[in-house]
Ligand binder design. Structure first.
Ligand SMILES: NC(=O)c1ccc[n+]([C@@H]2O[C@H](COP(=O)([O-])OP(=O)(O)OC[C@H]3O[C@@H](n4cnc5c(N)ncnc54)[C@H](OP(=O)(O)O)[C@@H]3O)[C@@H](O)[C@H]2O)c1
Length: 334
C-alpha cells in the first residue's frame, strides 16, 4: 500500500495560475509517451508515486496519450486505485480532447459531441468522478468557437471538471475564447503551450502579458529530451529518438545542435547542475509561467528534474549568455 512521504511539501514551490484560486507546483508531471502499453506498469507507478512524494500535485493527461491512445489514462487509473487515489483531494488532474481519438466525424476537433463523450471515456479509464481541469487540446477552425466554449461550460456545470483550459491556440483565438468563457462565467485557468529554447511563440502572445487570460503551463520544455545531456554521447537505444514514437528525429542532432549543447553544458556545469535543470530554470524565468511540465522515461530523470527546487534563478549574465548561444544556433541553422 502506498503511503506518501509526510515531508512532500517541504521543498516544492507553488505559483498561482493567473488570478485564479489555483496554485500549481512549478514542475508538474505529464504522462504523454512514457506511459505507453509497452512501458512497464510498475516503473510508471514508481515514477508517479515519487513525483507526488516530492510535492508534484499536478498530473497532466489527455485522451490520446499512449500509445496506444488511452493507455496513459488507464495506467493512471490503476495508479490511483493502487494507492495514490487516497490523496485525491491533494491532486490536480487534467485531461484533454481535441486530437483524433476514434473514427468517424465525432472523434476529433472541437464539437460538443466529441468533447463531452471523450471526457466521459477519460473519466471511465481513470476511474474518476471528475477531473480538476479539462482542456480543449487544440484550436478548431471548423467548429463555431462558441459551441466549443459552451461545451466546456456545460462540462463544468455537469460536475465533470472543476476548471477548464485551452491548448495550442493562436493568440487571437485564445483571447477570443477566454473572453467568451469569462462572459459565460466558466472557471478558465490555464493555457498550455509548447515552449522551449527553440519554440518561443508564447513570448509574443498579448495574452501572456495579461493576468486576465489566466495562467500558463509549458510543454516539451526539453524539446522532447534533446535540450539535455541525453544525446551528448550519441543516441541511446532506449531514447525517444531510437524508439521512434514521436516526430523527434535524429536529424535534429546536427553539428550546430551539438555546439549549442556544448555551450549549455559549460553554463550548467558552472552552476553545478544538469543541462535539463538549467533549461527548466530558463523556461520558468518569467513569473507568468505558472508551471512547466516534466516527463521522464526513468526515475533518475525525475530526480534530476526535481533539482530545480534547489537551483538558483538564472542571473542576467547567464540569461544573456544563453541568448547569445541561441542566436548563434539560429544563425547557423539558416
Ligand atoms: N498540449 C499538448 O499538445 C502537449 C504536447 C506534448 C506534450 N504535452 C505535455 O507535456 C508533457 C511533457 O512533454 P515532453 O515529453 O515532450 O517533455 P520534454 O521534457 O521535452 O521531454 C521529455 C523527455 O526528455 C527526456 N528527459 C527528461 N528528463 C531528463 C533529464 N533530466 N535528463 C535527460 N533527459 C531527460 C526523456 O527522454 P527519453 O524518453 O529519451 O528518456 C523524456 O521522455 C507531456 O507528458 C504532456 O503532458 C502536451
Amino acid at each position: 500500500m502506498f503511503i506518501a512521504n509526510p515531508n512532500r511539501y517541504e521543498k516544492m514551490i507553488f505559483r498561482r495560475a493567473g488570478n485564479s484560486g489555483i496554485k500549481l507546483p512549478i514542475v508538474s508531471f505529464g504522462l504523454w509517451n512514457n506511459f505507453s502499453e509497452n512501458d512497464d506498469y510498475e516503473k510508471c507507478r514508481t515514477i508517479v508515486y515519487e513525483a507526488f512524494n516530492n510535492g508534484i500535485t499536478h498530473f497532466d493527461l489527455a485522451n490520446n496519450y499512449g500509445p496506444k491512445a488511452g493507455n496513459a489514462e488507464i495506467y493512471f487509473g490503476r495508479i490511483l486505485k493502487d494507492g495514490l487515489g487516497k490523496y485525491r483531494d491533494e491532486l490536480f488532474i487534467s485531461t484533454k480532447a481535441g486530437y483524433h481519438m476514434w473514427d468517424g466525424p465525432y472523434g476529433n476537433l472541437g464539437s460538443r459531441k466529441y468533447l463531452i463523450s471523450s471526457l466521459d471515456q477519460s473519466l471511465e479509464r481513470m476511474g474518476l468522478k471528475y477531473v480538476d481541469l479539462f482542456y480543449h487540446h487544440r484550436e478548431d477552425t471548423d467548429t463555431d468557437i462558441r459551441e466549443t466554449m459552451i461545451a466546456l461550460r456545460d462540462i463544468v456545470l455537469q460536475g465533470k471538471a472543476l476548471y477548464v483550459g485551452l491548448s495550442n491556440y493562436h493568440d487571437d483565438k485564445l483571447i477570443e475564447a477566454v473572453t467568451i468563457l469569462k462572459e459565460l462565467n466558466v472557471p478558465y485557468v490555464l493555457y498550455q503551450a509548447k515552449y522551449n529554447m527553440f519554440v518561443r511563440d508564447l513570448e509574443e502572445y498579448k495574452s501572456y502579458k495579461n493576468e486576465f487570460y489566466g495562467g500558463f503551463i509549458a510543454y516539451s520544455i526539453l524539446a522532447q529530451g534533446i535540450l539535455s545531456n541525453r544525446y551528448q554521447n550519441g543516441i541511446p537505444e532506449d531514447s525517444r529518438i531510437s524508439l521512434k514514437r514521436t516526430s523527434l528525429k535524429e536529424t535534429a542532432l546536427d553539428e550546430n545542435y551539438y555546439k549549442l549543447i556544448e555551450g549549455l553544458d559549460i553554463i550548467s556545469k558552472k552552476r553545478n547542475e544538469s543541462i535539463a535543470c538549467l533549461v527548466t530554470n530558463w523556461c520558468l524565468r518569467n513569473p507568468n509561467m505558472t508551471s512547466v511540465l516534466i516527463s521522464c522515461s526513468k526515475i533518475e530523470q525525475l530526480y534530476d528534474n526535481l533539482k530545480i527546487l534547489e537551483s538558483l534563478p538564472l542571473t542576467e549574465t547567464e540569461i544573456k549568455e544563453i541568448e547569445d548561444l541561441l542566436n548563434i544556433y539560429k544563425r547557423n541553422k539558416k
